[in-house]
Design a protein around this ligand. Structure first.
Ligand code: MG
Length: 274
């Protein structure tokens, strides 16, 4: 894997069997990927060993394991607030247990980091949910640290300054961010290129995704193929280089009916910029 290697978020292929998706990446000439949230039942040692073998056979490096949970939905702002992450005390034990299974799974494969959407971090730091999130993320960071791994927060559901303050409150050396520039726009939160500067010390990995600002109250903005939205992808990649980022440029494409075509056009764009 080269510095700024162009990778793909495995689920963005639209192929949900991870083995078939890895085979597709090999066919496309992709050498880096992030592993998607996988069903909790799939997170066994046997499956980890099989997936590790498939990745090695095809010469693909998995750089992050994402974690997601049953019953999450990103349909609109209110649904995200009501279903995503660790905000709901009654769901925290089950979701922490799933995260720990994913850490074990990723460790068996040799993936160096786990990442997740943790839910909207409350703007009011005296909200009891804020302290609860701090505790949960510390527990997850410590579980990752025990395996020599990092934990990355997916960006974009809060401003860069709010995220920075939250990371400082958690105060764990193995905590960072998976910087998603489009999310900052889709959730109407922040200007992504400037935000890279604010979060520079914590950027472990990134999503190369594009999108447009929301136009309707309560709805997210629209995802767009890479280079066709309002992120300014050339400026985003230039900013990553300016802060000294050398990890993979991982394409995320979760919308549209030509995912593979969009991925390949995105790859060509990123290769002209890296
Ligand atoms: Mg993302």
């Amino acid at each position: 894997m080269q510095p700024l290697e162009v990778g793909v978020f495995l689920c963005s292929t639209g192929i949900y069997d991870p083995f078939a998706a890895v085979a597709k990446l090999k066919e496309l000439g992709i050498r880096a990927c992030q592993l998607p949230p996988l069903p909790p039942d799939f997170l066994t040692e046997e499956n980890a060993r099989k997936l590790k073998a498939a990745l090695e056979k095809d010469g693909i490096t998995a750089t992050t394991q994402f974690v997601g949970f049953p019953d999450e939905s990103y349909a609109d702002m209110a649904t995200v607030a009501a279903t995503v992450g660790f905000l709901f005390a009654e769901k925290v034990p089950e979701r922490v247990a799933i995260t720990k299974k994913a850490i074990e799974f990723a460790s068996t494969i040799g993936v160096p980091a786990v990442a997740a959407h943790i839910g909207f971090v409350p703007e009011d730091t005296s909200d009891p949910a804020y302290a609860r999130l701090v505790d949960v993320v510390r527990e997850i960071c410590d579980a990752c640290a025990a395996k020599g791994m990092k934990f990355a927060l997916e960006t974009g559901q809060e401003t860069a300054e709010e995220m920075k303050a939250f990371i400082q409150a958690i105060n764990r050396p193995n905590l960072g961010v998976n910087f998603d520039p489009a999310n900052m726009i889709l959730y109407g939160k922040d200007k992504p290129v400037e935000a890279v500067g604010v979060l520079a010390p914590w950027v472990i990995s990134c999503h190369c995704k594009d999108g447009e600002w929301p136009v309707e109250e309560g709805k997210l903005g629209s995802e767009r193929p890479l280079g066709q939205g309002q992120v300014d992808i050339p400026a985003f990649v230039a900013k990553l280089k300016e802060i000294g980022y050398t990890g993979p440029l991982t394409i995320e494409r979760e919308d549209g009916d030509d995912r593979i075509g969009d991925i390949m056009r995105g790859k060509a764009l990123l290769e002209s910029l890296r």
